[in-house]
Ligand binder design. Sequence first.
Ligand code: DMJ
Length: 707
Amino acid sequence: MLVRRLHAATFCYRSVSSQARPAACDALRVGVDLSGKAHLSGASLPLAWRLGQLEFHIENELAEVIDAEVRIESPDPEADVLLHTSQIRFMSGPSHSFAIELQLADSGSPMTGSSLPLRRELSLTVTTKDQFGNLTPLNRSVGGQLMLRSSAQRNAMEMRPSTGLLSMRGTGEAQVFLTALRPGHVEIWVEQVGGISSAQPPLKNATTRSLFFVDTDHTGVYSSPSSYLAAFRSKASPSDMQWQAKADEVREAFLHAWKGYERYAWGKDELQPVSRLGRNTFGGLGLTILDSLTTLWLMGFDEAFEKGLRFVKDDLDFDNADSDVSVFELTIRALGGLLGAHTLSGKEIFLERAQELGGRLLPAFQSPSRMPWPTVNLARGTSKTSTQPVILSEAGSLQVEFRSLTARTGDARFRRAADKAFQAVQSVGIPGILPVFLSPPGMAKVQAVASKFAFGALADSYYEYLLKQWLQRPSEKNFKELFLEVMDALPGIVRPSPSASETEQMGRVVHYKLIEMTADGSLDWKMDHLSCFAPGLIALGLMELPQHDLVEKGRNATWWRLAEGLTASCFELWASSATGLAPEFSKVNSKAPHKFIEASSNGRHSFLRPETAESLFYLYRLTGDEKYRRWGSKLFQAILNHAKVPHGFSSVRDVKAIPTSPMDEMQTFVMAETFKYLFLLFSPAAAFDMNHLFLNTEGHPLKRNEL
Ligand code: DMJ
């Protein structure tokens, strides 16, 4: 109920020129007629004129302009006084509040959700209202002009008119059009330019609105994991149809692992599937959940994904992570997992929590060299200093996650930190393959530490992120150039040498081995399973790099040979053991043709690592050769036969011993990567859109061209 009061002083005269007050003045009555639905409240009655004072209480349930006719009347038609009638208009008050409404310009549909589409023109209407909610023009005496302002970077948003000028109509409404060209958060607000600014309320505070733009070409298109699964399965080719049953078996295996974790370790970082316990190895963040979200989505598990989302929303508490945890692992698994879930589902909660986690990881980058300290305490926001050398993969593969976080949130701190760490690694000035250790983060000038040159443990994802940072932002050509330099140097640690003359093998695939070189330049005849990501990376390079780069230096032919030959060796690592599982590493014979030699006892365990499955996935995408699916099916069968336990899957102690001895641990990458790559290998290409997405080193989808 709106109540408006009007006080008026009136006087009673005999004539305009006379100040005399006749007796008839006491008998005067007041009459009031109101327009619309307004009426006088009881407080105004009786409508008598008393001692020259009139007071009206006008009530109206509508916020509308009210016209009142006020009459001073006398009951005596002969009365010797001047009678009076006044027209009073109750106008809107001065502008009091601003409202901003958004609609899709072409369809007029109001945009009420939290995420707005990129590259679609939005019509933005600004209205000014008075305290009663009446549309009202701005008080003209204030002068000046109102402009719409935004925090978007240059070239990230277009406005019509380009100045953002809000031409207020008499009704108190103005319209501008805007189109976001980059994803992420943008703030908009109304600003007064010129005029008496002090007469305005602090407009920026009153009008700021936060908008979040997403690329709806690839995110938020599917409302649930199952609709995503149904959509890509509807695009299956005849050969995909034949493999669908295998994809479903992988789905079942994944669900078996998820159920074990859900039942016995929910909220803990990892499941110990034999003892049926949970353990906190990463600070107690429920890391298995964070690392599984993207697989849950791709495999179409609605309920489990929803449960994971609720965990992220309600239970994930970084304040509980009061221990020193690897910055690198938190980045690729937890941050990557949250960003990947955001990529696929478009649900903003994942980005919110990713941003929070990113903020808590930032202290790790405050070192003299700008390379991250190895660990961070998320609860305290601190990193312990360390005098240990920096591990190449740890400083050099955090970049795609932090850069993506900046692209999506607009907070430049994340990208800056990761870029500085990357530049610090580059500052050692060694081209191509780098030693696996660099000077500790506390040394401002970064130097190489005499250590081995390798593509497996301690180094792997550094090389992977050269190509993937370029996919994330192809205009940064230095990443591509660095990757090409690495690839040109790679044959130095491959045996047999992949140069065409030595490997003219009549179309036969040569089983190349990726070995290591010690600091003094001699070869270490050992191949890590971790290095089995390399053929997949080379295949990705063959699919994505410009032809002119591939033609140069005969790269095309060499890369094809390496991609196929290294994949064949990685498959052999699995297939040649008694269980069919691959050992952590294997020795390689130094004599041609450089066959694998039985792994030494400290390398015979298997964490069910994903790298071979990962390469099979890329090789199948590159070649379409069904052999890679058949090999994948062998890997999967070995995992089912020798690593499955009643409540999950377990790392095994010795891949040569049957029955296997379980190590009572299920690494989170088994669910993030191993099962995901096998599932994608057996699924239609539409299950993972490589034109718009790429996978971080933990198998979480991020966007290409995001920056
Ligand atoms: C995963 O965490 C990632 O793939 C990382 O790049 C290497 N190690 C494991 C899998 O083996």
